[in-house]
Design a protein around this ligand. Sequence first.
Ligand code: HEM
Length: 181
Amino acid sequence: MKGVVFTEFLEMVEDRFSAEMVDNIIQASNLPSGGAYTAVGTYPHDEMVTMVAALSARSGLAVQDLLLAFGEHLFGRFAHGYPSFFVEQTNAFDFLAGIERVIHAEVHKLYPDAQLPRFTVEEHTHQRLVLLYDSERHFEDLAEGLMRGCMLYFGEHAVIERSVVQDNGVQRERFLLTRVN
Ligand code: HEM
């Protein structure tokens, strides 16, 4: 996983908890990288899973809630860090429908070693968006947090419902977003 995701995570922990909490979870997690991340480096995604679990144990907050909150935060940081991806983007559903084809395609050009999920658009109208998320890393909660962050960014509102899709031993997650006005 790209270092930018780790550096943003640790910055969020420092802002919302403390610098001691950052040191604490790095110490407790026994990380192969030692916790010294650079934005352009690449690190095992397991390190993120371990640090979120360590933060959960110390904060008393559920892993799922931490990943949702991190996703929401991360979207805002992406919007700040990659303004060119937002040119001519007028609404959240169009933006989200283009994650695979437009946004992550550009991310892949910038970072050829990025391990990106696959998103299939199953339905896309003004009212409803159905996305199928497929990733060996199973960051469904992070994905939902990013979707929430995207809705917030565009100042729009949607209910997000999720269901697990099993197919020949592969588990994917379907996200159904319904616009509420
Ligand atoms: C400007 C917007 C975005 C940028 C710049 C961006 C960029 C990235 C980057 C750099 C990674 C890390 C890849 C790696 O670690 O190797 C990533 C992963 C990911 N992105 Fe995006 N992304 C954006 C929007 C979104 C949105 C809106 C969603 C959700 C619907 C999303 C879903 C994910 C997920 C779930 C991962 C974690 C990896 C996985 O699940 O396999 N991204 N993205």
